[in-house]
Design a protein around this ligand. Structure first.
Ligand code: ADP
Ligand code: ZN
Ligand code: ZN
Length: 737
């Protein structure tokens, strides 16, 4: 018997299947998806590997044997093994990278093994065996393999196997969860991610452990030193990294278990509204028909999409199948979780990045053991070790966070498609502002389209007041808050109602705009906005690398009122009390939401303490339900338009629609003040009218004309070399393709 394995932590050079012989005594335990230890390379270094296939013959000769099997049950199902092959091709990554997406970082914690003494009265034991029995007896008949190895001071695996054969001991693997202190030492990156990868690219980081640790830290944000140690990284390594300026340490409070939503009241399915009924009928029919199918649920905010998801998932469970619900990371609010918890109780597992590694591992194990049948989570939850999937729902399917920005650069929508195809399952996309690509597929009949146009409470959509910032006295350049918004904020304060001010930080101070006419400095070749680089004091095109100086007068209207554009959340927060000193304000952005429950704390304070104004980035634009908010101010609706991305118009439309959706949720009339320098831009026009179809009609025509997705695919080829001629050579060759 043979196996084909993939070596863990292998570079591209070794990224292939290696065959090994399965020794007779392991034949019963070997299965695809278990981890094994194998001798690898010339030096027969022991490596961890994944079994990808078990087979009777091998075309290779002179093969080595597996040294050991790590897992009793496979950590990868057949489906996930197939998925890793797909990902390797589709996202040009190694098997190992693909598999790492599927396994929780804490998996190494799992298989701590204890040796347990069963009976000590066998007489046919040799000296080695007796020695181990003695240690076991001294330790009340139970000791970890690690400690045992230390005490006898040599490898014990072989002797243990003999003892197991003789039924004298058995091995029990278990999870080791460390008791947690009140505060614990954490590590976080001390260097910009891009900067670090540049060091790596230039071969300035020689230690692979450093890279591995930074990868984890960039993914997690921060992680306790104890957990890093448990993953096999020594204190020494961490100290050296601190010296090099890669990481920093800090003490943090240990957070309580984030799964305690015991206060979630049980809820029963609501009688569907007519449009919900129409949607559910189509979904149930698709379930009856069976096979892989896709449905796009296009419903305005508050049309009851979430209720539709819940009823569709309930039906799936009824049919004996399991479900995954993906939500954008920031949409995964306690409110959302509570709603699902109230409906599905303990059948729910949660996966998101604000959980500690231990907690995430716990959830992973519950899913794997079949204890959880509904998995709710952000992007990475699409890899949940769930069997027998009947439905995957992707809420807010247009969100950019479904695409991973790290290698492998997978798209959760692509992975979901693979898994639904594999399981003959239903894939539901939901959004108030569907991605152009998916809406196009729906309109051309590739996927089913269901539209829900009314809010469940029949409330009108909020009134939108547009402010043309070009006509604002002093162009709003002082504080970015227009006179209209100032007036409305005061009105709200006097009425005792709450307000939200939304600023898109991504446009913060990095492009140049004329405050007189709204002109944005564009690349003459690519027609995207140029980005200001502080260090070189130059404007740069991120597409073609065109470089130019910052102009001192506007090329359009010759005004000299042209400058870096953008106003940050902090600045606005400072300005609110200047409007009226009794207006209270709280800010929510990346800087104020550190820690696992950072978001919730701020939102709770805003809600419970009746703070007048919440100032924040796109984090506040979606998902949250604030009954007392009647006014939403959008400060620079067009800042995305200068972001240099072909999806900028699409995002602008989505953002305005979503921010507007926060106003007047609980039966009160909502107002939106929308400040813009480009009131004529069609994405802003369509957003003001809340007319998705109109927006789509114009955008799809543009996409076709400009040869952009969904009509064409875009790809990025990066070539790097120490010698520019060598890189040029390869680029020239690739262009010819
Ligand atoms: P969406 O996800 O489309 O924004 P939700 O599912 O959150 O919409 O529904 C908006 C509100 O309407 C929620 O408060 C929800 O409880 C309520 N709702 C949803 N469906 C119904 C229904 N069939 N009958 C009454 N209220 C409903
Ligand atoms: Zn350019
Ligand atoms: Zn101008």
């Amino acid at each position: 018997m043979y196996v084909s394995v993939v070596i863990q932590n292998s570079t591209r050079e070794f990224d292939k299947f290696y065959d090994y012989i399965v020794p007779d005594n392991m034949k019963d335990c070997i299965r695809p998806g278990v981890r094994v230890i194998v001798p690898f390379g010339k030096g027969n270094r022991l490596c961890e590997a994944f079994v990808m296939a078990v087979k009777e013959t091998s075309e290779f000769s002179g093969l080595k044997e597996i040294s050991q099997i790590i897992d009793e049950t496979p950590v990868l199902s057949d489906e996930l093994i197939e998925l890793s092959k797909y990902m390797r091709k589709r996202y040009v990554c190694t098997y190992d990278m693909a598999i790492r997406c599927m396994l929780p970082t804490g998996l190494g914690l799992l298989f701590r093994e204890d040796v347990i003494l069963m009976s000590a009265d066998r007489v046919d034991l040799d000296r080695d065996e007796q020695e181990i029995i003695k240690v076991l007896s001294d330790n009340n008949g139970k000791i970890s393999v690690e400690d045992l190895t230390q005490i006898v001071n040599r490898p014990v695996r072989k002797i243990l196997n003999q003892l197991i054969e003789k039924n004298v001991v058995r091995i029990k693997s278990h999870v080791q969860m460390k008791a947690r202190a009140k505060t614990e030492k954490n590590a976080c990156p001390a260097m910009d991610e891009e900067e670090f990868w540049e060091l790596v690219e230039n071969n300035n980081v020689k230690n692979l452990n450093y890279i591995r640790i930074m990868e984890i830290l960039y993914e997690e944000g921060s992680i306790s030193v104890a957990e890093l140690n448990a993953l096999g990284f020594s204190q020494n390594t961490l100290n050296n990294m601190k010296k090099k300026g890669y990481i920093a340490f800090y003490d943090a409070e240990v957070e309580r278990n984030p799964f305690e939503y015991d206060d979630a009241p049980e809820t029963l399915p609501l009688p569907p509204t007519p449009s919900q009924k129409k949607a559910l009928d189509i979904i149930y029919e698709a379930m009856e028909t069976g096979g892989f199918q896709e449905i796009l649920l296009h419903g305005v905010t508050g049309s009851g999409k979430t209720e539709v998801y819940m009823q569709a998932i309930a039906k799936t469970i009824e049919k004996g199948k399991n479900a995954i619900l993906l939500v954008p990371e920031i949409g995964l609010t306690p409110q959302t979780v509570r709603r699902f918890k109230g409906r599905f109780g303990n059948q729910i597992a949660l996966l998101h990045s604000r959980l500690s590694i231990g907690e995430r591992f716990d959830q992973w194990r519950r899913i794997k053991n079949g204890e959880a049948r509904v998995v709710i989570g952000a992007r990475s939850a699409v890899f949940a070790p769930l069997d027998n999937i009947g439905i995957i729902v992707i809420d807010e399917e247009h969100e950019t966070s479904y695409k991973s920005d790290r290698t492998p650069k997978y798209d959760a929508r692509g992975i979901a498609t693979f898994r639904c195809r594999y399981n003959n399952a239903l894939l539901i996309y939901g959004s108030a502002t569907p991605s152009i690509e998916n809406y196009y597929r729906a309109r051309t009949g590739k996927i089913k389209l269901v539209e829900m146009n009314e809010r469940t409470n029949n409330l009108p959509l909020p009134e939108i007041i547009t402010v043309d910032m070009r006509k604002e006295p002093d162009m709003g350049s002082k504080n970015g808050i227009s006179t209209v918004l100032t007036r409305e904020l005061i009105k709200n304060k006097e009425a005792g109602e709450q307000s939200i001010i939304f600023i898109n930080r991504r446009g913060y101070s990095n492009f140049v705009q004329c405050r007189n006419c709204g002109y944005i400095v564009l690349c003459p070749y690519c027609s995207v906005s140029l980005t200001y680089h502080q260090a070189e004091k130059k404007l740069v095109c991120h597409y073609c690398s065109f470089v130019t100086a910052k102009p001192s007068v506007c090329p359009e209207c010759k005004s000299n009122n042209i400058d870096l554009h953008g106003i940050g959340t902090q600045k606005v927060e400072e300005q609110i009390p200047q409007i009226r000193s009794d207006i209270s304000v709280i800010r929510m952005d990346m800087d104020t939401t550190t820690g696992k429950r950072g978001h919730e704390k701020i939102l709770d304070t805003f809600r419970n303490n009746k703070i007048d104004v919440l100032v924040g980035t796109q984090m506040i634009a979606k998902g949250h339900d604030f009954p007392d908010v009647t006014l939403v101010g959008i400060l620079s609706a067009d800042s995305l338009l200068g972001s240099g991305d072909y999806k900028a118009t699409e995002r602008t439309f989505q953002l305005i629609t979503q921010a507007a959706g926060r106003a007047g949720r609980a039966g009160r009339h909502g107002r939106v003040v929308l400040q813009t320098y480009n009131p004529d831009n069609f994405s802003i026009q369509a957003a003001i009218k809340q007319d998705y179809k109109e927006f789509y009609r114009q955008e799809i025509a543009l996409r076709k004309m400009l040869k952009l997705p969904p009509f064409y695919q875009l790809g990025l080829v990066q070539v790097s070399s120490k010698k520019s001629e060598a890189a040029m050579e390869i680029i020239k060759k690739s262009i010819q393709i």
